[in-house]
Write a protein that binds this ligand. Sequence first.
Ligand SMILES: CCCCCC/C=C/C(=O)SCCNC(=O)CCNC(=O)[C@H](O)C(C)(C)COP(=O)(O)OP(=O)(O)OC[C@H]1O[C@@H](n2cnc3c(N)ncnc32)[C@H](O)[C@@H]1OP(=O)(O)O
Length: 358
Amino acid sequence: MRASQEDFESAMNQVKLLKKDPGNEVKLRLYALYKQATEGPCNMPKPGVFDFINKAKWDAWNALGSLPKETARQNYVDLVSSLTSSESSSQVKPGADREQQEYENLVVTSEDGITKIMFNRPTRKNAISTQMYQEIMLALKAASKDDSTITVVTGNGDYYCSGNDLANFTDIPPGGVEEKAKQSAIMLRDFVGTFIDFPKPLIAVVNGPAVGISVTILGLFDAVYASDRATFHTPFSHLGLSPEGCASYTFPKIMGPAKATEMLIFGKKLTAGEACAQGLVTEVFPDSTFQKEVWTRLKAYSKLPPNSMRISKQVIRNMEKEKLHAVNAEESSVLQERWLSDECINATMNFLSKKAKL
Ligand SMILES: CCCCCC/C=C/C(=O)SCCNC(=O)CCNC(=O)[C@H](O)C(C)(C)COP(=O)(O)OP(=O)(O)OC[C@H]1O[C@@H](n2cnc3c(N)ncnc32)[C@H](O)[C@@H]1OP(=O)(O)O
């Protein structure tokens, strides 16, 4: 499949978040492919021999000759993808029983055939910052390739996750709020897409309250275990927003349209027991024994034959993938508009100026 303009813009965002300097040769190649993809063949006068940096850039761009813009765009996306996946695979090595240190907002460990991705911003109730979205995507991509059999997502501290970090929208790029909304929609689509495509059994261990996007994506998990302290809250109307994470499709399917309406439109907060009765949660455990009971069970599941589990997941989920990607694209584009609405801007400002809380 050819890289779209959105894939290209998403790759440009990912380049900014690379943790390691990819070196001058790769940077020149990225520069040349970017120029070719956006402007076509090199159209600049050749710099003088002593203008080393611009000469190197010119040489790299000029070397692409008449490579078509679409091919350059595709090559750019492929190059960025190889850079991000080599970063992520250097973070989670197969079969290791060790803690990974390189994420700022996650703790990722691999042990007993289980890769555990733990949200780690407990002082912000594990709200998902822009960087954390990128880290979660990297961690999931690494987990999909490591030799663990199942992947678990959980939270550190008293919350599972308080959803999108509402301060994400205060970081406005030079292109203004429209550009911010566009970048956010691309990131959201990529983020949710990573869950849709995740190939192994994906389990949520919901240790405490869950809000917003951390609730909606539960519909894309294969099992959800919750402490009886957990609650499930999607206050989109209160925030001037609309559903994401494919919940507009998965929630009515899981719990029926009437119950989904109460959650997604009226923002009704469910207890763990209610969420279990409605099919969003697999099983609820008393908080006092939650960790022990859940991890004992998960360790037993992780010993089941991995290929069989993967294939069974594919059989269960693959028929829906195309539909889910379409829903994800639609939800992201609707939200791109919502983020610019007075309803949403006022609700966000009220939270950030401490006038409102859920
Ligand atoms: C850009 C890409 C994709 C976007 C996708 C769309 C996503 C939508 C959603 O996820 S909508 C849901 C958004 N979340 C919220 O609205 C929750 C806001 N938080 C709260 O209402 C409360 O903090 C609480 C109910 C979660 C917890 O209340 P409480 O127990 O009283 O704790 P504090 O409020 O004191 O929280 C501690 C500290 O953390 C900050 N914080 C908590 N959650 C968020 C958040 N989501 N965004 C930003 N900051 C958050 C809170 O402000 C406190 O900070 P302080 O110590 O006061 O500096």
